[in-house]
Write a protein that binds this ligand. Structure first.
Ligand code: AMP
Ligand code: FE
Ligand code: FE
Ligand code: ZN
Length: 277
């Protein structure tokens, strides 16, 4: 049997992706992917919908999430795989994060206004639609309002880290993100470690209960991929990977371009069984 592949990092319209959860399994299958993980930012709203839309020519769906955490002004994203996504305390926490994101978006818009950019909340909310609000929606609003000419310019000039209207999400601590995922039976994995400035920090995350490292990601060079795979192995962790797909016109827009062999999915499942056994 030919090797099968998994793309374990995908966003949908439930957060800042452009593809509906109902459609993403078929799109992935067309790209030659056998298994996907839905990993929306701070929400589980797409999981049931993606699973309900499963058919003969769609990819298998792993329930996942990507939690944003902040420590020392650095953003750390923690992926969670095979979470029990209906667990009440967990969904309540996701609701809090959603409300926190709305408050933060309002602060960003206020800051933009001080900079002479008058972007109404209503237009950003309209762009976000059902999605948990994020900076990509504000970026789209800036483009539509004619304040910038591209998505990248919106981040560089206004809302990216270090830019004048950047407001961090003062939300979870990475230890809490790891604990939250573990508490619903999920496997916590460090997303795109190549975006972190400080390498030694990974050791700290491991002490907090991290179980995997996302080695394969569009911001990683082949050297980094090899490095993080080795790092994972050295620490007895799993490695994972995916495209961080957000959709056409967004930053990471190629579903299945970054993928891992289905053995990685089997490894994740074994770890779950081990934890339950
Ligand atoms: P938020 O979760 O609201 O902070 O938004 C983070 C999302 O914005 C990321 O998941 C990316 O989709 C996107 N993003 C962050 N930084 C940049 C950047 N410099 N250029 C383009 N997109 C970015
Ligand atoms: Fe995103
Ligand atoms: Fe991320
Ligand atoms: Zn992501």
């Amino acid at each position: 049997m030919p090797e099968q592949y998994a793309d374990l990092h995908l966003h949908t319209t439930c957060s800042d992706g452009l593809m509906r959860p109902e459609d993403i399994g078929a799109l992935a299958a067309q790209a030659g992917i056998a298994t996907i993980a839905i990993t929306d930012h701070d929400t589980i709203c797409g999981i049931d919908r993606a699973i309900a839309a499963r058919g003969n020519s769609t990819a298998e769906v792993i329930p996942g999430v990507e939690l944003s955490a902040v420590i020392d002004e650095t953003e750390v994203h923690i992926l969670g795989y095979f979470i029990d996504w209906h667990e009440a305390t967990f969904t309540e926490r996701m609701g809090q994060l959603r409300r926190g994101r709305l408050e933060r978006a309002k602060k960003i818009l206020l800051r933009l206004k001080e900079l002479g950019v008058d972007l109404p909340l209503e237009s950003v909310l309209e762009i976000a639609g059902e999605g948990v609000i994020g900076r990509p929606h504000i970026a789209d609003g800036l483009i539509r309002g004619g304040f910038v000419s591209s998505y990248d310019e919106a981040f560089d000039r206004y809302i990216g880290q270090g830019a004048p209207a950047y407001i961090p999400k003062q939300l979870l601590h990475p230890a809490e993100a790891i604990r939250l995922i573990s508490s619903v039976g999920g496997i916590p994995v460090l997303a795109h470690p190549g975006t972190l400035k400080e390498e030694g920090f990974i050791r700290q995350l491991i002490l907090w209960g991290l179980k995997g490292i996302e080695a394969v990601h569009p911001v990683h060079t082949q050297r980094m991929i090899d490095y993080y795979k080795t790092l994972a192995k050295t620490h007895g962790l799993l490695y994972t990977g995916g495209s961080d797909f957000h959709g056409e016109g967004r930053r990471f827009n190629s579903i299945g371009k970054q993928k891992v062999p289905s053995q990685v999915v089997r490894d994740l499942k074994s770890l779950i069984q081990h934890n339950n056994g």
